[in-house]
Design a protein around this ligand. Sequence first.
Ligand code: MG
Length: 246
Amino acid sequence: MKKEIVMNRLQTLMLSMALAASCAAFRSVADESKDQGAEPKVIDPGPSGGRPSDAINLFDGTDLSKWRGDKENSEAKWEVKEGVATVNGKGSILTKEEFGDCQLHVEWAAPAEVKGQGQGRGNSGVYLQGRYEVQVLDCFQNKTYANGMTGALYSKFAPLVNACRKPGEWQSYDIIFHAPKPAPDGKGAVPGSLTVLFNGVLIQDHVPVTGSTTAAKFGGAVEKGPLMLQDHGNPVRYRNIWLRPL
Ligand code: MG
């Protein structure tokens, strides 16, 4: 047999051995990845814009039975009509249940009739743990300071963009919140984080959450705290509020 033919056969043999070895390696990686972790739980995500089956229904338009008033042992007194809860000057409302890390969905609408300017137009707020406010404000053609705009982590981080719809139109917040935790040594807190989609647009991208925002009801890092909706004197409307503890 000629020397070249022997060499060619040898090369082909080595190539097929290498191929077989890499296939075996790929198979073992694939098998390994198949074995990892428990199978994720099946949930029903619901219709588009609906509530997932594993979420806690905080307000579906029926009543404010999951909420209390601003003062200890007081009732939530916002008006509920035609599936909507409206701020009416009777104080902020807080959930009876307390939460830590969570995914939160809130829909809100600033008054259709434009009144006031800056921070005086359609002001309310979503306070995670009654401490960290995601600002609710009508910033549609309404100037104010950046870290007080719609979707700001109030006084800390401005939103990445202004994605406001016109006043009167329904808007949504989808929030991923990891609460600051009390430090293991008891001194201070381990920062949390906040991600917010406003009308489906990313406006807070995993920003650090440290201390309470200005005008928060409570201070200090806690494992769990109530969700609070702010009464800032403007008749902001709310609907379809749900939360998934993480
Ligand atoms: Mg506010």
